[in-house]
Ligand binder design. Structure first.
Ligand code: NAP
Length: 501
């Protein structure tokens, strides 16, 4: 069991230790190496602005070499048994447990989330590895007869082939595990490009996968200061079969366009603008607890964040009063410190953007109930912020905020709540609070979101199919569905054995 706090007296030594254990090169064909032009980039701690590490920055040639390594390993890897792939994932799960504090500390350092939250992500990432390990090998096909009796029909699952995996900075371990584990289980080789802001966790995780027994070339990792250096040559390579991307909708659209040339399989986990609906018959304590979890987790930097709190007018005052009390009690600070609830935003640009959202809302008539301002540095902190009287046209309602800002708008009827919830191009996470279960299920039928929490504010689970509709994406990660995304079907029509008799 990992300690949920870091001892301040030994923190410096622990940080030095974990950084030393984190590879800084490019992982290509089983070896960590420098960039072909010797180029590097720095990774910063958003709580202090200090440089944590300097990593090799992949060039286009390095990306091509990573693609070559993935393509070379594909046939061998596809022929390994699903049992052996499952066992590698199980060993990786064990190693994640053993190295949980290293992984959590790295995430706190490079991304900013408080250490206990980072440990929660380690638990989730480990859960993905264990869950996929258990599911590997269960991708059964079928054997049937053609209705006319003319053929025996064998339908089998095969690995889709080499994959390009691109991950965002907000959940460095969870997002990498959700792509790497099902690709491993299905028998695909891969090139992983982690986010420039938070590559250290992926570097550490890749070494952990090697330690768990993953053969050379199956997982190649190419961090780069230039995302295009990696994505462009690899997407143009005819040996690539799939891209799995998690990140913003604009970048996802761009990558989908590039993916059309080679008609690639695409999985897109994109942005969100989640509604959290509180009906007049909700348990308000439960709704407030759900809103805290759905809005404040990860400093609000989550695609699943409740971005818009839609509250029935009869309970709005009670809800806002309770939520304000909970939000005011949060401690903002460096996530390595004990008792901190809200860490820094990931970079200065992110903090400035949140500030702009709040300013525009206030200029449009919103009332600041809690917070509302940046916290002076070093580091990129923003106060937990609760806004009421927010215009329905405000940018803070229409766009994904990615910060600790909770705007409340009120509604009078169920139809209005549904219309408000659906009035976005996104469709990832949604949350509904009502003690009337029929109403809850009815709302699920009426709202266009890939995920819905009913009386609960955290719904991600390694065993569940996670993903969005509309401009929030295509495909699912997690559960058996997540592995199926890395497989393709082959149908073999076989001469009816009785015809041959
Ligand atoms: P982002 O800017 O789209 O970046 C995501 C990844 O794409 C990073 O690795 C980034 O590399 C790379 N990238 C950026 N431009 C690229 C290009 N032209 N070609 C190839 N790769 C490119 O998103 P982010 O700011 O890191 O993440 C936040 C977004 O992710 C939010 O919209 C959030 O909702 C979404 N998200 C969705 C899910 C989900 O499951 N649906 C989960 C988590 C996050 P660099 O780091 O080098 O720019």
């Amino acid at each position: 069991m990992s300690s949920t706090t870091l001892d301040a007296s030994t923190l410096g030594t622990r940080i030095d230790g974990v950084l030393q254990r984190t590879p800084t090169g490019l992982l290509i064909g089983g070896h960590w190496r420098e960039a072909s032009d010797g180029g590097t980039f720095d990774v910063e701690n958003p709580a202090t602005g200090e440089v944590l590490a300097t990593l090799a920055s992949a060039t286009r040639e390095d990306a091509q070499a990573a693609m070559d390594a993935a393509a070379d390993a594909q046939e061998y890897w596809a022929r390994t048994s699903s049992r052996s792939r499952s066992e590698i994932l199980r060993r990786a799960f064990d190693l994640v447990q053993e190295r949980a504090e290293d992984l959590a500390l790295l995430m706190t350092l490079e991304m900013g989330k408080p250490f206990p939250e980072a440990l929660g992500e380690v638990k989730y990432g480990g859960g993905v590895l264990r869950g996929v390990s258990e599911e590997a090998g269960r991708g059964y096909g079928r054997d049937s007869e053609a209705p006319e009796g003319t053929l025996r029909m064998l339908v089998k699952r095969k690995p889709v082939g080499p994959c390009l995996l691109i991950t965002p900075w907000n959940f460095p371990l969870a997002m990498a595990a959700r792509k790497v584990a099902p690709a491993v289980a299905a028998g695909c080789t891969m090139v992983l490009k982690p986010a420039r802001l938070t590559p250290l966790t992926s570097q550490y995780f890749a070494q952990l996968m090697i330690d768990a027994g993953l053969p050379p070339g199956v997982l190649n990792v190419v961090a780069s200061a230039s995302a295009g250096n990696v994505s462009e040559p690899i997407l143009a390579d005819p040996r690539l079969r799939k891209i799995s991307f998690t990140g913003s909708t604009p970048v996802g659209k761009q990558l989908m366009k590039l993916a059309t040339d080679n008609v690639l399989r695409t999985s897109m986990e994109l942005g969100g603008n989640g509604p959290l609906i509180v009906f007049e018959d909700a348990d308000i304590d439960k709704a407030v607890a759900g809103a805290m979890a759905a809005k404040m987790r990860n400093m609000g930097e989550a695609c699943t964040a409740a971005n818009r709190l839609l509250v029935h007018e009869d309970v709005a005052e009670e809800f806002v009063t309770e939520l304000a009390a909970r939000m005011s009690a949060l401690t903002v600070g460096d996530g390595t410190r004990e008792g901190v609830d809200v860490g820094p935003l990931v970079e200065a640009k992110a903090r400035d953007s949140v500030e702009e959202f709040v300013k525009e809302a206030v200029d449009g008539g919103a009332r600041v109930v809690v917070g509302g301002s940046r916290v002076n540095g070093p580091g990129y902190f923003f106060q937990p912020t609760l806004l009421t009287n927010v215009s329905r046209d405000a940018r803070v309602i229409r766009e994904e905020v990615f910060g600790p800002v909770a705007p409340v708008i009120t509604f009078a009827t169920e139809d209005e709540a549904v219309e408000l919830a659906n009035s976005t191009e996104y469709g990832l996470a949604s949350y509904v609070f009502t003690e009337n279960i029929s109403r809850g299920l009815r709302i699920g039928d009426r709202i266009e979101f890939g995920l819905m929490g009913l009386n609960v504010g955290v719904i991600s689970n390694a065993a569940a199919p996670f993903g969005g509709v509309k401009q929030s994406g295509i495909g699912r990660e997690g559960g058996a569905e997540g592995i199926a995304e890395y497989t393709t079907l082959q149908y073999v029509g076989i001469e009816n054995p009785w015809d041959a008799a």
